[in-house]
Design a protein. Structure first.
Length: 165
């Protein structure tokens, strides 16, 4: 069943827990278009950039099992659309944490005045994520042919997903 998680704003004290989640995902290079060799400090700087609201999801015992950021997708006339990135601890995969974080992020986005959410670059072979986002009402509005160089599968499509809030 679904795990009960508490989602709260991340602090500097969460850096080690966030690193333990995001570094394996970045190193695997299968779902995010980030430099697989980036340092821990570069990865944390990316996740905590000043233009983002960064959150963590905690298990009942206080263990950080997921993290996400929410940010404005574009400036100016596109500023009412937000973008998010989500990562779940490998050990907590399949327990509904990404779903809980996505639902939380939509509430946060509405509170912050955003009118829509856009995922700019969802790797098409990340089937669990694509299925989850679609189940939460995101529609595929674009497909970028062979836009992602997957370390095992070679060139695969990336998707642009969108949901009005």
């Amino acid at each position: 069943g679904l795990v009960a998680v508490i989602i709260r704003p991340a602090t500097g004290g969460d850096s080690a827990a966030i690193s333990a989640i995001i570094l394996p995902v970045i190193r695997a290079g299968e779902t995010y278009a980030l430099d697989r060799a980036m340092s821990e400090s570069e990865a944390l700087a990316y996740w905590f950039r000043q233009d983002r609201h960064t959150f963590v999801a905690e298990d009942e015992d206080g263990t950080v099992v997921g993290t996400y950021y929410l940010r404005r997708n574009q400036a100016g006339g596109g500023g009412h659309v937000c973008n998010c990135g989500y990562m779940t601890a490998t050990s907590a995969s399949g327990r509904g944490i990404a779903r809980a974080m996505c639902l939380h992020s939509q509430d946060q986005a509405r509170t912050l005045g955003f009118r829509a959410m856009q995922f700019n670059f969802v790797v098409s072979t990340n089937e669990r994520a694509v299925k989850l986002w679609q189940s939460l009402g995101f529609g595929e509005v674009g497909r970028l042919p062979d836009a992602f160089d997957h370390p095992r599968l070679g060139f695969v499509d990336a998707l642009i997903l969108f949901k009005a809030l």
